[in-house]
Ligand binder design. Structure first.
Ligand code: SF4
Length: 227
């Protein structure tokens, strides 16, 4: 069918209701036990699967425990430790630099404000939002990763293109209590059904309200191009 609700608010609430039912236990899939581990895991996860990050951090977190451990290690050694991660060389530089700042300016503790977090090397708004939400229980934005970006556009929840603009736009339409879960719900659906290359529209519970449904529509609103 692929007929969205007339109002964006109604479309959003229907998407949320259905995805909460479909994925009742969804949450962050990165493994961590401290704020520092969370920060490192999220930094490693850019352009890389959470599954691979979890494999690498299983050993990494046995070797490195404090911000000082990362701040003082030879960068080449850290790069070697994470060499199965995408862009491992740059990421090792960013981690060493970020942890030096954490040691020098924050007594070795991961800071709890957006400004302080995004001042760390290699930490953008997306990473900072994840650390605030899951490390500090502070929800002041919506994490927009590649799945959230793609599905929000496909489902007609936003027409914005960049993560920063999509986040600002979504903050006006996602109920604030759902900001954190919204990300996990869309990521779960993006992995399970609405994949980038091969979405299973015929078997998708959002098909009836999705303006990109391949069953009835010719255009993938995520890209604006024909399926
Ligand atoms: S799988 Fe198809 S119908 Fe479902 S949300 Fe994605 S594009 Fe829409």
């Amino acid at each position: 069918m692929g007929t969205p609700h007339e109002s964006r608010d109604d479309q959003m609430l229907d998407v949320l209701d259905q995805l909460y039912e479909e994925y009742p236990d969804t949450t962050i899939s990165l493994h961590f036990s401290t704020r520092l581990e969370l920060l490192i895991a999220v930094m490693l996860s850019a352009q890389c699967t959470d599954e691979r990050v979890n494999k690498v951090t299983a050993d990494l977190f046995e070797k490195y425990h404090t911000a000082e451990d990362y701040a003082t290690v030879d960068q080449a050694e850290l790069a070697e430790d994470i060499n199965s991660i995408t862009y491992y060389n740059n990421k090792s530089k960013w981690i060493v630099s970020a942890c030096q700042t954490i040691v020098e300016e924050h007594d070795g503790e991961v800071p709890d404000t957006m400004d302080e977090l995004t001042a760390l090397t290699g930490v953008g708004r997306k990473t900072a939002n994840v650390v605030l939400q899951h490390g500090h229980d502070i929800v002041e934005g919506i994490v927009v990763d590649t799945h959230v970006q793609r599905l929000s556009r496909r489902l007609g929840l936003t027409e914005e293109q960049t993560p920063e603009k999509i986040e600002a736009d979504l903050m006006g339409v996602v109920p604030e209590d759902d900001w954190q879960e919204f990300t996990h719900l869309l990521i779960s659906h993006g992995r399970a059904v609405c994949t980038a290359q091969n979405p299973d529209c015929a078997d998708c519970r959002l098909e009836a309200i999705c303006p990109s449904s391949q069953v009835d529509h010719d255009v993938d609103l995520a890209s604006g191009e024909a399926w």
